[in-house]
Design a protein around this ligand. Structure first.
Ligand SMILES: CC(C)(COP(=O)(O)OP(=O)(O)OC[C@H]1O[C@@H](n2cnc3c(N)ncnc32)[C@H](O)[C@@H]1OP(=O)(O)O)[C@@H](O)C(=O)NCCC(=O)NCCS
Length: 155
């Protein structure tokens, strides 16, 4: 019995399934996002197109089963957004692989912080994310008046 080896093989298969998205992938990416609007904000085709240099897909056979992107705001901070894996492909490591590729890219670009806004913190905590960085915390401004911050502003 070699659980560690099996796990790393599964991880490697999922990592190998991740590639940069292309223009042709946009309809499939939209289908994945639009099937999960309870967790994700909708994206326009133009937004996705603009982010293609840091937008990835996970491919199983000839089907796109997962996606995510990294929105780079500055040399300091980027946000991981639009992470989704199709229901039938969950639990095979694609979600973790997409996060790994995105965070490795941020690291390679010397971006110091990667932010995620999520209702599934456990998933990200297991991948090295935390609510505090050393002694520093990320806090939300709740808004006031007409500019109320929205509680449903997931990735
Ligand atoms: C969250 C999501 C992307 C995970 O994708 P996935 O491919 O099933 O994840 P993985 O197979 O890579 O799982 C990696 C680990 O996280 C765990 N995990 C998966 N989904 C989880 C969840 N919702 N909550 C907590 N842990 C989770 C898995 O059990 C696994 O743990 P293990 O390594 O100990 O076995 C997927 O469930 C999804 O698309 N959800 C809907 C959209 C969403 O919530 N996106 C995130 C919003 S920011």
């Amino acid at each position: 019995m070699q659980p560690v080896q099996h796990s790393s093989q599964t991880d490697q298969v999922a990592l190998n399934a991740v590639r940069l998205a292309t223009e042709e992938d946009i309809p499939a990416i939209q289908r994945l996002i639009n099937a999960n609007l309870d967790k994700l904000l909708p994206r326009t085709d133009d937004e996705i197109r603009e982010l293609l240099p840091t937008w990835w897909v996970a491919v199983e056979g000839d089907e796109i089963v997962g996606t995510c992107c990294l929105e780079i705001y500055s040399r300091k901070i980027a946000e991981l957004r639009s992470l989704v894996v199709s229901e039938k492909a969950r639990g095979k490591g694609y979600g973790a692989a997409l996060v790994k590729v995105a965070t490795q890219t941020a690291e390679a670009l010397n971006i110091r912080q990667v932010l995620v806004v999520t209702s599934t913190p456990e998933f990200f905590e297991a991948l090295g994310f935390g609510t505090a960085l050393d002694e520093k915390y990320a806090l939300f401004w709740h808004g006031s008046g007409s500019v109320k911050a929205r509680a449903d502003s997931n990735g």
